[in-house]
Design a protein around this ligand. Structure first.
Ligand SMILES: [Zn+2]
Length: 274
């Protein structure tokens, strides 16, 4: 039931993934990327960029399903414009069926700081519109390619009403690292994790698909070991759980509005609109 509330909230665009709507100029993206741990446990959020890719995304989805991990997939629009369009649609449908959150990673994966305002709008809002048509739901979450950060981009994000969802752990496997060194990098960082971290990987890379089973198997055995000695386990925060956190103020507000009775509901609603 709760999950459906979250999905509904996401679908209506009521929930934002990170921070406050305005990011002060010159400060860079927030760190940690998705706030502090709430449970007190080490918390990790799995995110995958640049897909869907018919060669490797289904293997990533199989591994996530086997370990009951729900992630956030930042998709690029061009995969729904050319190439294996039918394959991209099947993978998108599976992501949604498996409970993952799908999000916007522009159309062409451009370096956004080099674009004109018109080109920026096409990459941000154009990809959002395209993905919303494909997913048949709102797709409010966004990640800028390469983590680009500049005034022009901040203007573009504000103009289009979106925020960038950054990361904390980047194994850089997109540069051609092997599965072995990718897994070792991620495991090393998860082993010493104390707060909350967003993990950035790429479901388009065979090395990622090959490293993920090792990472999740390590987490299972590490958590079993920690449980046995009474240490805090590493907790996966799913996309829907993160959405639940962000939408909680909205749900609380709705509860207050409903509790205030039908006659006052109009006033509460009106008062909420700037
Ligand atoms: Zn990317």
């Amino acid at each position: 039931m709760y999950r459906w509330l979250v999905v509904a909230a996401l679908a209506t665009g009521l929930v934002w993934p990170v921070g406050s709507p305005s990011i002060a100029r010159g400060e860079g993206w927030p760190s940690p990327a998705a706030g502090q741990t709430i449970s007190g446990d080490p918390e990790v959020i799995f995110t995958f960029d640049d897909g869907p890719d018919p060669r490797s995304t289904s293997k990533v989805l199989d591994t996530l399903a086997a370990h009951r991990v729900q992630a956030i997939f930042f998709l690029v629009g061009w995969r729904f414009q050319r190439g294996d369009l039918a394959g991209s649609r099947v993978l998108l449908a599976r992501m949604l069926d498996d409970g993952h959150v799908v999000a916007n990673h522009t159309i062409t994966h451009a370096q956004l700081c080099g674009l004109t305002p018109e080109q920026l709008d096409r990459e941000i809002a154009g990809a959002r519109d395209l993905l919303e048509r494909e997913a048949a739901m709102r797709v409010p979450w966004f990640r800028t390619p390469y983590g680009a950060y500049c005034g022009r981009l901040l203007d573009g994000l504000a103009r289009n009403g979106v925020q960038h969802f950054h990361w904390d752990i980047d194994p850089q496997e997109w540069q051609g690292k092997s599965a072995k060194s990718t897994a070792a990098y991620v495991i090393r960082h998860l082993a010493r994790l104390q707060g909350r971290a967003v993990l950035l990987m790429h479901d388009t890379k065979p090395a990622t698909a090959a490293a993920l089973p090792e990472i999740l198997a390590w987490m299972d055995s590490e958590n079993a070991r920690r449980k046995a000695i009474g240490r805090r386990q590493i907790r996966v925060i799913s996309g829907p759980e993160l959405a639940a956190e962000r939408v909680k103020p909205t749900l609380d507000w709705l509860a207050t509005a409903v509790a205030s009775g039908p006659t006052r509901l109009g006033g509460v609603l009106a008062g909420s609109i700037p």
